[in-house]
Design a protein around this ligand. Sequence first.
Ligand code: B12
Length: 217
Amino acid sequence: MNVLLVNAPSNGIYYKMGLKLPPLGVAYLAAYLRKDGKHSVDIIDMNAQPIKLQDIPWRDWDIVGISGDTSRHNKVLEIAAYAKEASRIVVTGGYHVTFLDEDVLRTGNADYVVRGEGEEIFAELVDALADGGGVSKVNGISYLDADGNIVRALLNEYALHDAKRDHMVGHKGLPKLLWAAVALVGGPFGRWQSVVEHQMRGLRRLYLKMHIAKLII
Ligand code: B12
């Protein structure tokens, strides 16, 4: 499948000041999806690439995934409308739609919502769509069934399970924000990832792509 991930633009203070902040959410999703080479993935970061929605060749991709939070939700809806106008499969994810999945699905411009941390769930969804065998076995997604009823497949807790298997884990995002949206997106005790695995991947990248062979720590 050809997948496009769009990071919705922000007009927040950080971006008005001209900061170009990497969109970690879509970057993680793309990296995970590219891992086994089954799908091709492009990213449009609308904070860094001020491309007009009407100029995006939507039909180049089968699936359009859109990332945003509450402050960018109107933009997410606008992007979804363009992608749906071009008859693409539209998937949304991120903090806002994790809690308000039905609202975005009822606009008619989104086919699926991926709730919570999306790497594994989105990859499973893309695989299922590629196979054409239906999405009923994919955990952690929401969609409307043929009668218009919402289906909320149970949230997959891969991230937490993985964390328990590792000896050393680190926080993804900020640690232990139990009060915040984070708790429901990444699990009640913060957002975890394997430090060892993450650092080894980083070192490998430095060595292979930037040809840095020695690091003094
Ligand atoms: C870093 C950060 C920032 C940085 C952003 C830097 C950057 N590179 O973009 C800065 C300081 C700029 C910032 C600003 C703000 N932030 Co902030 N921020 C965070 C923080 C700490 C981490 C976000 C992050 O990078 N996570 C790591 C990435 C990998 O995860 P992710 O983005 O969540 O993506 C995963 C899933 O959400 C999902 N997913 C996301 N998109 C999609 C799309 C698809 C298609 C799929 C399938 C899945 C999917 O899969 C991804 C991979 O696991 C979170 C709290 C946290 N600990 O998570 C708050 C958080 C995102 N921020 C929040 C808020 C409120 C803000 C501000 C509005 C604050 C303000 N008043 O100005 C602004 C808005 C900025 C904007 N978007 O315009 C809230 C959002 C709540 C909400 N309802 O939307 C959060 C959750 C904190 C909280 N209160 O709980 N923020």
